[in-house]
Design a protein around this ligand. Structure first.
Ligand SMILES: Cc1cc2nc3c(=O)[nH]c(=O)nc-3n(C[C@H](O)[C@H](O)[C@H](O)COP(=O)(O)O)c2cc1C
Length: 392
């Protein structure tokens, strides 16, 4: 990818990683990703904002081939997909300094071979004049590590936000022109990476609300020349107002739990609830994470395996708890044969969440007449709780 000019003296470089399909050995990437770096050239000094994942370092170094000097490398975040190529850039530009928060300095020293004398640390609100281009640093911890910050380029009204507001989306376009597509990718990114930090996000949105922002330039996915598009999306996602949606992540080995899920799904839909079942044996777990952004209720559906819940249900429950969604109600349905602690074990897994538990429907074997009645009662109870919470 050649440099893409955003404004005179400001260009997007970095790498588009079209074929990458898994991030952090955890997150599915159906649309690949990108590692965006930005070059800001003032009359006196030149700054490189972030680098790229070491897997694509050669692309960045090729882009820097004709760049005579870099005075500053601004490191917004110490994670290696942005910082991992800093050593290579420092090797080429011997005079360059790494500019970051004090916490990021300690992280970068831990994670990478960067000598201590290469750093300049900046406090919240500090500025750096490149000559007609002023970088203003905004500390923004916990999006999504404790050391993160943004940079506001004052004269050009560009906010560089690193992971915050980003999306895992490989594209050859500079700007987020296909907003439907980008909305989905950004929501997936928010769900998987940012959602556990909703409180911090609210504070950061408040902190930047009076900035005059023309462009938001994140470090994954396209740049936003319509900043309100992504800011409004985040405002809605962090709001503590779930929607009238029930998620049913389920596992079945021989069909009993599946029959229960199908019945409960129909019973809820009949009563005016939106239902999203996820067969955990085949689902893209990112789709489930995305659905967690809005859902009011999660019904875990699992058979008993070796006394406890099926391991795939354990994974979904663990993830739900870790991502700290705005879910308000949780229930468990499922099936066993001779003895089970599945309900107890799974309900203990949501310690991070402020949820009410709705009594479970846990049956012996394949569901029968009285079990379907119990599922009807569960559907009624969910509707009642949604109504009481003003969700429907
Ligand atoms: C590998 C395996 C382990 C199981 N372990 C237990 C168990 O510890 N306790 C129990 O009551 N049932 C156990 N079962 C039985 C299932 O929980 C039961 O058949 C259930 O109805 C299966 O639901 P499904 O048809 O949705 O797969 C086990 C079944 C399998 C295949």
């Amino acid at each position: 990818m050649k440099a893409m000019v955003i404004k005179p003296g400001v260009s997007k470089i970095g790498a588009v990683h079209w074929e990458r399909r898994l991030f952090d050995s955890l997150i599915p990437l159906p649309d690949g990703t990108s590692y965006n770096a930005y070059l800001v050239e003032g009359k006196e000094k030149v700054a490189l904002l972030d680098t790229v994942d070491p897997m694509t370092e050669y692309i960045l170094m090729e882009q820097l081939k004709d760049v005579k000097k870099i005075d500053y490398i601004i490191a917004h975040h110490a994670e290696q997909d942005h910082s991992g190529s800093i050593p290579a850039v420092l090797e080429k530009y011997k005079e360059a300094k790494v500019v970051c928060t004090p916490k990021a300095k300690t992280f970068l020293i831990d994670l990478l071979p960067i000598p201590e004398d290469k750093f300049i640390t900046v406090e919240d609100g500090d500025t750096l004049d490149l000559g007609g281009k002023t970088l203003k640093f905004i500390h923004a911890p916990w999006v999504h590590w404790p050391e993160t910050m943004f940079t506001y380029l004052v004269e050009d009204k560009i906010l560089f936000t690193c992971d915050f507001l980003g999306s895992h989306l490989a594209t050859s376009e500079l700007y987020a022109t296909d907003e439907c597509k980008v909305y989905d990718s950004a929501k997936r990114y928010y769900a998987e990476i940012m959602m556990p930090f909703r409180n911090f996000i609210e504070k950061h949105l408040e902190k930047i609300k009076d900035l005059d922002i023309e462009i938001i330039a994140p470090s994954h996915g396209p740049v936003y020349n319509n900043p309100e598009f992504i800011l409004n999306a985040y405002r809605e996602w962090v709001l503590d107002k779930p929607k009238n949606i029930v998620l049913i992540p389920y596992v079945t080995m021989h069909g009993s739990v599946k029959k229960m899920v199908e019945y409960l799904e129909a019973a809820l839909v009949e009563r005016g609830v939106i239902v999203k079942p996820f067969d955990l044996s085949v689902t893209d777990i990112g789709e489930f994470a995305m659905a967690l952004v809005d859902a009011a209720t999660v019904v875990m559906a699992t058979p008993t395996v070796l006394v406890g819940p099926h391991p795939m249900a354990v994974y979904a429950a663990y993830l739900t708890n870790a991502l700290k969604p705005k879910v308000k109600f949780i229930s468990v349905i499922g099936s066993y044969n001779w003895g089970s602690k599945a309900v107890d074990q799974i309900t203990q897994m949501f310690g991070n969440l402020k949820v009410e538990f709705i009594p479970s429907v846990y049956i012996k074997g394949y569901p029968k007449e009285e079990d379907f009645k119990a599922l009807d009662a569960l559907a009624e109870e969910i509707v009642k709780r949604h109504k009481e919470a003003g969700i429907m």
